[in-house]
Write a protein that binds this ligand. Structure first.
Ligand code: NAD
Ligand code: UD1
Length: 376
């Protein structure tokens, strides 16, 4: 069966968003709907709330039939078959998976099963329905301890220090092998740096379960008074202020990167010449849709330290954020930020928002929703 055509107008394109109720998924649904795509979400709500999708509807004001939601597990083959039969899906943006680094060390079987087996079932059912266009959520974690900074897509991959990171690296390989075996596959691997922030409406944002592991939600919960003080994990790194440096990217910019990836797959942007750097360029198909494997870093290209973040958030919320220096966290690297020239040149995409805007939006979400969606 020939692959689906992405060269057509986006009003005609239906995108299956797995994990669409989650943090990045819900923001991506907003951008897709705003751009006119039809969206079908599959999410088992294991780390999210259906309320997020209700708020996506409020933000976008779309009619019910442009955003359909199936509360199902991607491991459930029969449920997926039904979703593909009931909807004329053209492309998949695949977010569904577990993502907590520490938990993955304790529960490797659950992580490998959910992330790897889930993706295998998804791709198998998709292929059976002639859908071979997929954008995958990868991570800067695939670079491990990076060989050089700033990181380009040519930076060699290194083994991750935890099962979560391994699943990302392995899935990149599995999806690449799918293309090698069947040149109709059209695959984009997006390597996210550190997504933070929230939609400017303050209606959707990150809603972690329990005590957050990542810096931004932790800082936000200190700001709102739910936690006492931020632990800064190490101030003796070889960085300007001694604390770890990361490439924080606004989740709305990241979401826009997925729309750009769909356009690129449909042959609507990019020269198709500069793909290189680990990607595999395939022939453009007769309908204009690309085939191949495109690999892109999505970040801002700017590094910010832990103390930069604490300061920017203090300014956003108008109060001091108490913090204490703690020992380094095992497995952390000193500095991690991206070169995003490839995404700029090929996807015609660049991040727009700076750290102060990320913190302002994050604060609006956190202060309006101190207990998140609170509907689990
Ligand atoms: P999230 O947990 O908010 O979203 C993931 C969604 O997938 C959740 O809504 C969850 O309920 C759903 N899900 C999980 N397993 C499922 C299954 N088997 N079937 C159906 N639904 C399932 O996480 P996020 O931050 O939005 O991340 C989205 C993706 O991006 C993940 O794959 C994550 O690994 C990746 N990623 C995230 C970050 C980050 O910092 N947030 C960084 C790099 C990569
Ligand atoms: C972590 C994961 C990475 C994952 C990413 C997004 C690790 C080792 N890496 O990245 O695989 O893709 O989240 O989910 O867990 N920090 C503090 N205090 C805190 C929390 C963090 O000082 O309470 C520091 C960290 O040391 C780091 C920076 O803040 O320097 C960012 O940390 P975090 O938000 O956890 O992201 P990463 O570690 O970059």
């Amino acid at each position: 069966m020939a692959n689906k055509n992405l060269a057509q107008n986006q009003n005609e394109i239906t995108v299956l968003v797995t994990g669409g109720a989650g943090f990045i998924g819900s923001h991506t649904c907003v951008e897709l709907l705003d751009e006119g795509y039809r969206v079908v979400v599959v999410d088992n709500l294991s780390n999210s709330s259906a309320a997020a999708l209700e708020r996506v509807r409020t933000i976008t004001g779309v009619a019910d039939d442009r955003l359909r939601f199936y509360e199902s597990d991607i491991l459930n083959r029969d449920a997926l078959k039904r979703i593909f039969s009931e909807n004329d899906i053209d492309a998949i943006i695949h977010f569904a998976g577990f993502k907590a680094v520490g938990e993955s060390v304790q529960k490797p079987l659950e992580y490998y099963w959910n992330n790897i087996a889930g993706t295998l079932v998804l791709c198998d059912v998709a292929r059976a329905h002639g859908v071979k266009n997929i954008v995958f959520s990868s991570s800067a974690t695939v670079y491990g301890e990076p060989e050089f900074i700033p990181i380009t897509e040519a930076c060699p991959k290194h083994s991750a220090t935890n099962p979560y990171g391994q699943t990302k690296s392995m899935l990149e390989q599995i999806l690449t092998d799918l293309y090698v075996g069947d040149n109709e596959w059209n695959i984009v691997l997006l390597r996210y740096f550190n997504p933070i922030g929230a939609h400017e409406s303050g209606l959707i944002g990150e809603d972690p379960k329990g005590i957050p592991n990542n810096l931004l939600p932790y800082v936000a919960q200190v700001a709102v008074g739910k936690l006492e003080s931020v632990g800064v994990f190490g101030d003796d790194y070889d960085t300007p202020d001694g604390t770890g440096v990361r490439d924080y990217i606004h989740v709305v910019d990241l979401a826009r990167g997925h729309v750009a990836a769909l356009r690129w797959m449909g042959g609507k942007v990019g020269t198709g010449k500069a793909i290189g750097l680990g990607s595999i360029e395939g022939p453009t198909q007769t309908n204009g849709t690309r085939a191949g494997v495109g690999i892109f870093n999505l970040g801002t290209g700017t590094g910010s330290s832990v103390l930069d973040v604490v300061k920017a958030f203090s300014q956003a919320c108008g109060k001091d954020i108490p913090y204490q220096i703690k020992p380094r966290r095992a497995g952390d690297i000193a500095v991690n930020y991206a070169v995003c020239d490839k995404a700029r040149d090929e996807l015609d995409w660049a991040a727009r928002f700076d750290l102060s805007r990320m913190c302002a939006d994050s604060w609006r979400w956190q202060s309006n929703n101190p207990d998140g969606y609170n509907a689990r």
